[in-house]
Design a protein. Sequence first.
Length: 135
Amino acid sequence: MKLTKILVSVALVLFTLVAATAIPAMADNLRCGAGWDFDANGFTGTLNVAVDGSGNLTGTVYGNPIQGYYNNVSNEMMFVRSIGSSPAQQQIFTGYYWREGALDVLAGSFEGFSGSGASAGRHRFGFKASCMIIQ
């Protein structure tokens, strides 16, 4: 009887330790770099990205340079689009990446400033990008 109680206690402790151990998130590297179909607030174009081993992102959207970060654990991407040299001519994009079979998808929102077509009354917009992976 006493041995049974000890074994049950040990089993409960082990179960608690295993259940409390964090399971690492799966890392999703981008399968598509160049040629994303991009739609930001109804304006369509192409998104091209490159991500280095540290998560630094560079590329272009609508032909303008972008730079930012991609976290392949949270699947969050953040980048700044520079339309011109003034800080008022920048847009800040934040979105999330996921896979739908052979389709890579990125969606989120972006904020603009006066030199990028935004105003005090309307400065936050949505965007979506997709890229078909041919296997």
